[in-house]
Design a protein around this ligand. Structure first.
Ligand code: NDP
Ligand code: MG
Length: 383
């Protein structure tokens, strides 16, 4: 059970919900980080009194330091300070809720300090899953997933001592806002359409990833890394209601699932209380009034990002870092109204074709592959 936490990305969707849970559970907060949301950070520091507040944007850090002159919270600026928040001695748990592979180095630093990692930042595992899991095994740091599907699997696997008993993991997928459309229809969708998720309220990057189904592709890779399973043992099923958060099928034919209302505070809370469970003030799941549960196969023709992710997962090495770096850059351009919806899979596929894959990469090779993928997207988006 966590007692004192540090949150990387406290002003975001996961970060704010983590603070709600921390308040409910009476946890101490040692450090908070954000990029540039100064108003929100000031409010959080006044409410939770962390020892350290980090703004990765230097100008925002200077602004925050002036505003917090009456507090004894230390304010730091810049990307290196993320590592300080991740390794602060007072925290036993680090919640990785930043968006993007910027979370990789601080996560590795926290693992080396044997912190519990409440892991929301999936991009880290997609790019460098092998390195992260090996580092955790070496230091003995626990990694408890926050992503709802992976938390569901983690919960279903409690009591499973031998991973060879797993036949396959079944990740559920809401289908996103464009479910049921053809490839042609999806291509006409705008940024405003993509930002309307049917079941979850999340940050803009992951919301776009849900619309392209890249999010599910990233989650397939995340599951492969977390549970050290090959692609053929991780499948995806569309389940529009987001009530079943994922399932595990065992060798003997038993299938275990975790159900709950679509509320991220439940997996966040479990990452804090694991291996225990406590009272939760949230609305309980009522099976008699919830909608009928339905299942269908994902449409990889209408949503090529899922297939692109599976291909990268099969290839291994730096292929997933290229996929992720290209996707981060393409989604950034889409959110800036500089490219259309179908340009996202196009630019990702072009980056994958342009950047050679390196097997068994070091951290430096992963960072180089990420940078090369981003360069490819920037060049090809201007053609
Ligand atoms: P948000 O965009 O809502 O929040 C991102 C957080 O990271 C903010 O605190 C933001 O600060 C900070 N941040 C943004 N860019 C940078 C940067 N370059 N360097 C350092 N900090 C940065 O994202 P979400 O909370 O939605 O998602 C966070 C992570 O959790 C993602 O990896 C996502 O895939 C994963 N996740 C999210 C779920 C959800 O329900 N939201 C569900 C499952 C997984 P600022 O506010 O100053 O910009
Ligand atoms: Mg998820």
């Amino acid at each position: 059970m966590s007692k004192t936490i540090s949150i990387l990305g406290s002003t975001g969707s996961i970060g704010r919900q983590t603070l709600d849970v921390a308040e409910q559970l009476g946890l101490q907060v040692a450090a908070l980080t954000a990029h540039s949301s100064v108003d929100r950070m000031e409010e959080q520091v006044r409410r939770f009194h962390p020892r350290l507040a980090v703004m990765t944007n230097e100008a925002a850090a200077r602004d925050l330091a002036v505003r917090l002159a009456d507090m004894d919270t230390r304010v730091c600026g810049g990307f290196d300070a993320l590592k300080e928040a991740a390794t602060i001695p007072e925290a036993d748990t680090v919640v990785t809720a930043v968006v993007g592979m910027v979370g990789l180095r601080p996560t590795l630093a926290a693992i080396r300090e044997k912190k519990r990692i409440a892991l929301a930042n999936k991009e880290t595992l997609v790019c460098a899953g092998q390195l992260v899991m090996d580092a955790a095994e070496a230091s003995g740091a626990e990694i408890v997933p926050v992503d709802s599907e992976h938390s569901a699997i983690f919960q279903c696997l409690q009591g499973c001592a031998d991973r060879r008993e797993i036949k396959r993991l079944i990740l559920t997928c809401s289908g996103g806002p464009f479910y049921g459309m053809t490839y042609g229809e999806v291509g006409k969708m705008t940024k405003a359409d993509a930002l309307k998720h049917p079941n979850w309220k999340m940050g803009p990057k992951i919301t776009v990833d849900c619309a392209t189904l890249m999010n599910k592709g990233l989650e397939v890779i995340e599951a492969m890394r977390l549970y050290r399973l090959p692609l053929e043992q991780v499948s995806v099923v569309v389940h529009r209601q987001s009530i079943i958060h994922s399932l595990v099928e065992f060798r003997d034919g038993a299938v275990l699932a975790q159900l709950g209302t679509p509320d991220m505070r439940l997996p966040i809370r479990y990452a804090m209380t694991y291996p225990n469970r406590g009272e939760n003030p949230a609305e309980p799941l009522d099976l008699l009034t919830c909608p009928p549960l339905t299942f269908s196969a994902p449409d990889r023709g209408a949503f090529p990002c899922l297939r692109l992710a599976e291909e990268a997962a099969l290839e291994g090495g730096t292929a997933c870092a290229v996929l992720n770096g290209a996707n981060e850059e393409a989604v950034r351009l889409f959110l800036a109204d500089r490219i259309g919806f179908h340009d996202i899979p196009r630019l990702v596929a072009e980056a994958r074709a342009a950047v050679p894959v390196c097997p068994n990469p070091t951290l430096e090779e992963i960072l180089a592959a990420d940078a090369a993928a981003r360069r490819s997207v920037l060049e090809k988006s201007q053609l």
